[in-house]
Design a protein around this ligand. Structure first.
Ligand code: GBH
Length: 479
């Protein structure tokens, strides 16, 4: 039960699938650098070749068609288009590659959703301070303008930045993503801030220069778990769950959708913790400047990456060191009844998606929503008949339909993560999220559909035939 024109998609990202890391004068990205440092990635693997989509794009297109997708979400490699990150030097072969991908999709009636930034900053810009430098917002805006200008005649759905939370926290606090910094409790807030500024500048550029002619829509993809109180009757747990939501979803959603600023509870918790731990100086959470383009209202829809849920209680203020986690002061637990997908963080909680969507509707004034990522991983021995993942997709999509039908959430589309097995960041190739299996042990890198991929294809084809029937019905009613 989904509305007409609903987007059925799958998602990927450039570094995770393309390979061709030095092909045709592509510049290095921070992930090229990071993977070369020993001990960063499972088995010291890297995305040098990955699924080799740079050369094997046609195989990806076959997978897309086999699933019957209406939409495909991909990301552009900034360093493939602009090897040193600036528009001083454009790599024509990179432009050609994405032109072909976009044109081929459209020729097959598949609409592209394009992400400008999915974790892979040009190394040349990291050398200038990366996301911790305020200048990055202007550089990103120039890159975004370049992309709107080059591809915007055909691309109508844009994501500026994928998961600023993950870049800020995993990349600059936990050090488990590139660039591998561990500046706890400080850099992540600066990075998040600059990402919001960069996103907003690009959105304003689109609105003032391209929107009228190109007619597309622009947002940023925000990842969040669903958080609920461990004991729903306990006030401390209720407050802790609210803090967890504020520090994950709210960090980026409040500035863009609600107030133009960070959630109050986040601001006060950070300042209180600074005080308590004797941190001097200006607030660790930067302020938005009145002299810059506004942040509020800079999204044409809500793009949600949802994977899992947690039950929350207070940590008890016992942390002695600065970090975003100690500011947040929560402990998050997995309910024992929730199955685990194979990855310890990925408990399977399909109805958490429905609850999160309801929360988004109620707190962010009912935005149009795309689920830009959702998925389930396979770890360990390969199973082509992946019954658990079939179950996962069926129940997730059923919860999604309840969100639409019963809760009235304006959901416009769903993108499964991921089209095919790929380079799963710090987990390398040990974790498989694909609807298609990729045989990384042979140079052909053949793609083969999993049972869950077939399940998803069946859901899509059922939707399409229902749509055709109801169109015929309404036509014959008119006659
Ligand atoms: C997505 O992030 C990414 O956008 C995508 O590229 C990736 O392939 C996909 O997830 C699957 O992982 O290691 O215990 O610290 C999802 C949000 C938030 C999920 C951080 C993993 C880290 C868990 N991610 N979380 S842990």
């Amino acid at each position: 039960m989904f509305p007409p024109g609903f987007a059925w998609g799958a998602a990927t990202s450039a570094y995770q699938i393309e390979g061709g890391w030095q092909a045709d004068s592509k510049g290095p990205s921070i992930w090229d650098t990071f993977c070369r440092e020993k001990g960063r990635v499972f088995d010291d693997q890297n995305g040098d070749f990955a699924c080799n989509s740079y050369e094997l794009w046609e195989k990806d297109l076959e997978c897309i068609q086999q699933l019957g997708l209406t939409h495909y979400r991909l990301s552009l490699s900034w360093a493939r288009l602009l090897p040193d990150g600036t528009t001083q030097h454009v790599n024509k072969r990179g432009v050609q590659y994405y032109n072909k991908v976009i044109d081929d999709l459209l020729a097959c009636d598949v609409l592209p959703m394009v992400t400008l930034y999915h974790f892979d900053l040009p190394q040349a810009l990291q050398d200038r301070g990366g996301w911790t430098s305020p200048d990055i917002a202007i550089l990103f805006d120039k890159y975004a303008n370049f992309c709107f200008q080059t591809f915007g005649d055909r691309v109508k759905l844009w994501i500026t930045i994928n998961e600023p939370y993950v870049c800020a926290k995993l990349g600059h606090e936990d050090g488990i993503h590139a660039p591998g910094l561990k500046e706890k409790g400080t850099a992540p807030y600066v990075v998040g801030h600059n990402m919001l500024r960069a996103h907003a500048m690009a959105w304003h550029s689109y609105s003032s220069v391209y929107r009228e002619k190109q007619g597309g829509a622009v947002s940023l993809a925000i990842n969040s778990d669903w958080f609920e109180p461990l004991d729903p009757g306990c006030d401390e747990d209720i407050a802790a769950a609210a803090r967890a939501l504020a520090f994950t979803l709210g960090w980026f959603a409040w500035p863009v959708f609600v107030t133009g600023d960070y959630p109050e509870v986040m601001k006060s918790a950070i300042d209180a913790q600074s005080e308590k731990l004797g941190y001097r100086g200006t607030s660790r959470l930067p302020r938005f400047s009145e002299d810059e383009p506004t942040i509020l209202g800079t999204a044409d829809f809500f793009a949600l990456n949802y994977y899992t849920s947690r039950k929350v209680k207070p940590r008890g203020g016992c942390e002695k060191t600065l970090s975003t986690k100690s500011d947040q002061d929560t402990e998050e637990v997995v309910d024992p009844s929730w199955p685990i997908s194979g990855l310890s963080w990925l408990a399977v909680v399909p109805d958490g998606l429905r609850k999160l969507l309801k929360y988004i509707k109620d707190t962010l004034s009912s935005p149009a929503v795309y689920i830009t990522e959702n998925g389930f991983s396979q770890v360990g021995p390969l199973q082509m008949k992946d019954v658990h993942r079939c179950e996962f997709y069926k129940s997730t999509i059923s919860e999604l339909s309840k969100a639409v039908q019963e809760d009235g959430v304006d959901v416009r589309g769903y993108f499964a993560w991921s089209l095919m097995d790929n380079f799963e960041w710090a987990d390398g190739f040990s974790v498989r999220f694909g609807l298609f299996h990729v045989d990384f042990s042979h140079a052909e890198l053949n793609r083969n559909i999993y049972q869950s991929g077939q399940e998803y294809a069946n859901i899509i084809s059922k939707y399409k035939s229902d749509q055709r029937k109801s169109e015929q019905l309404s036509k014959s009613n008119v006659d």
